[in-house]
Design a protein. Sequence first.
Length: 310
Amino acid sequence: MSTPSTPPPPSPGRPGTWAEFTDALRALYEWCGAPKYRTLTGRVTGLSPAAISNLIGRNPLSRPPETAALRFVEACLIYRLWPQIETELSAWKVQWDRLASQPQPFADAPQAFRQPPVATAPQASRPPLPPAPHGGSRLPSNGRDRALLIGVGALVVAAAVAVVVVVTSRHGDGTNSPGDAKGSKNPSAAPVNNPGSQDACQKLTGRGHTDVRTKTTWPFVFQCANLTNSTVYEHANSGVRIGFMYTEESWFVCWTHGQQHAGGNDIWYYTQADKSAGKPELEGWGFMPADRLTGKQHPNPGVTRQCTFS
């Protein structure tokens, strides 16, 4: 049990954003001594090193999954032998629920949500028109000059509209909008960079994920919303089960075609399970059927990498 010299664990406080909630989780991790991730996973069930990395690692999820966050808090408290675990867990759950029920500030929104600035055509410099006579018009009285002036104005407006169309039809990274993808037979299924949500996955960069199965370090992955307690299979079919996904937001590497599943399609996503349940040499690396992701479109428009294996 804890001793009188053990400082109390840091509370979650009242974070205003998910980023502040993540900072509070990191403070709790430091309080418990910053043990190895695998050491913490042995204190509770349903918590994997990958899930901890998604919570407090260098490139955490933009919204910490509730189940993983609470299991992580519990593991830290148990590791430090703190006696009042239920009280602390309740405080963390209250703050998670509060953040989940309120809209996030604009500054904390993913970059892809933010509207690009509307470009306007530069104003053409021209000499000012002479003052209009009392009760008269500033337009030239000569019919030809009047038509010329109106034509110039129409060209300026058309140029401004063209600039706006070009700016708003391109993403910040230079990729085309979904309907502009070259060679796409189905424009709505064209790969795009989208924020993570129930319908679109978010590209996560910043650190590599080492895959012992393919002996590959993936430079980026995709964060997607998924159903909890999902099974991960060895191949893209309902054959050998090798693990389970407990979190409600997970990262995926790529998609591939495989066996048709209950979702009515043959799309599967390659990932690493939260808990390995078979073939430990694979360390949970396997495939999840598309019907376990909450998005309605498959392959998910945010997952732009297709697997070359299954």
